[in-house]
Design a protein around this ligand. Structure first.
Ligand code: GDP
Ligand code: CA
Length: 333
């Protein structure tokens, strides 16, 4: 890092946890380091086709939160939303009746789908969607390929598969998952700009996102893990687990499906130390989880405690400051 005032910061992120963190990071940098450039590499494993339109939920959560047009109370979608189109679709028995599509949100999906049909790539589409607001952050989808997450669940004595959104939204993750897969991901390429951003980064942060279904797909795109291993930037992750429990969402069942413990140390072990073929140099854990520090350090990952609750923009900004401070400290080692 030669120039403190123009650091390049890359964040790997899912939807809700990722966007709270990204908003905090942007707020921090606006105060302390306005020249810094942030690239958020977003999970697209949540994507789906529904009634002929393409949805990119994690990208849109980031977009709406950074634009300040998100519904913060509900935790997803646009604020001031209405559901007239959704009501019509239900009357036709079209699509998924349990999957709410807001009218404003549908505008985004229609714009995206129209551009896709014209042959525009996903990166350019996200750039066009982002250009509407002064986001102050670049959002890059992890890949331009369609690699929707498919979940295999236990079903009596057998098993069955379904789209991630059916499992998550309809079944509320209550069906026991055995496996998460992104068919075709082994053939997918990182989206243009993704590995370049990682290679040129001064700092890489792994947002407090779901390690299995948000960050997991990003790391499964061939080339992204290698780029992380090779970058000269320190890689610091923030635990999505606080006090041994998920803050929000269903990361616990996701972790169980990959044989990992639902703890700050369990998630650190899923990512692994960069020195041992994983991706992390350092891991920020909640004060409530300070007892896990020795087992994280035993993995070869530097670890430190900090307040990890993102209650509001100030606490998210402080969390970003703590993550960047840890990055500076490990890069000096
Ligand atoms: P999704 O794609 O919308 O599911 O969102 P993400 O994958 O980006 O984030 C979900 C994760 O964020 C969950 O596993 C939560 O445990 C975590 N999370 C949510 N709020 C907070 C918070 O305030 N602090 C921390 N450390 N993690 C949080
Ligand atoms: Ca997600």
């Amino acid at each position: 890092m030669t120039n403190e005032t123009a650091r390049r910061i890359v964040v790997l992120a899912g939807g809700v946890g990722g966007s709270k963190f990204a908003v905090g990071l942007r707020t921090l940098l606006a105060r302390s380091e306005p020249m810094a450039a942030v690239t958020v590499i977003a999970n697209t494993g949540d994507d789906l086709w529904l009634t002929g339109i393409r949805l990119q939920p994690d990208v849109d959560s980031l977009l709406y939160a950074l634009a300040g047009v998100n519904d913060a109370e509900r935790g997803w979608g646009r604020s001031g939303e209405s559901e007239r189109v959704s009501t019509e679709l239900r009357a036709w028995n079209a699509g998924w009746p349990w999957f709410t599509l807001g009218d404003l949100d549908l505008g985004t999906h229609l714009a995206r789908t129209g551009w896709l049909r014209e042959g525009v790539g996903a990166v350019e589409i996200v750039r066009r969607l982002s250009a509407r607001w002064p986001l102050g952050v670049e959002i890059l989808p992890m890949t331009e390929a369609e690699v929707d997450t498919i979940v295999t669940v236990r079903d009596g004595d057998g098993k069955r598969t379904m789209h991630f959104q059916e499992w998550w939204t309809l079944h509320r993750a209550r069906l026991e998952p055995i496996r998460f897969a992104n068919p075709g991901i082994e053939m997918a390429l990182p989206a243009p700009g993704v590995t370049e951003a990682i290679a040129r980064a001064d700092v890489v942060l792994v947002a407090p996102s779901n390690p299995v279904v948000s960050v997991g797909p990003i790391l499964s795109v061939p080339g992204i893990r290698d780029a992380l291993r090779d970058t000269g930037a320190p890689i610091v992750g923030i635990s999505p687990i606080i006090g041994g429990a998920v803050v929000r969402g269903m990361a616990d069942v996701c972790l169980a499906a990959v044989g990992a413990e639902c703890s700050a140390a369990g998630v650190a072990a899923v990512y692994g130390a960069r020195s041992a073929g994983g991706i992390l140099d350092a891991w920020l854990v909640a004060e409530e989880d300070s007892a896990t520090l020795p087992s994280i350090r035993a993995l070869g990952i530097a670890a430190r405690v900090a307040p990890l609750w993102m209650h509001d923009t100030d606490s998210s900004a402080q969390l970003a400051a703590d993550a960047l401070a840890l990055a500076t400290d490990v890069s000096g080692l």
